[in-house]
Design a protein. Structure first.
Length: 44
């Protein structure tokens, strides 16, 4: 069975996802004033 997904398309998708996550983290910081990484440690 041949793989129809190319390495380049996966790499592009990965880079786009990283960018979207970065933008989401910036939005969380802007709205809450907190680093998203701290949420799991300081959940109340």
């Amino acid at each position: 069975m041949a793989c129809s997904v190319s390495y380049q398309s996966l790499l592009e998708q990965f880079e786009n996802t990283k960018k979207e996550l970065s933008e989401a983290e910036e939005t969380i910081k802007r709205i809450t004033g907190r680093d998203p990484d701290l949420f799991s440690n300081n959940a109340q």
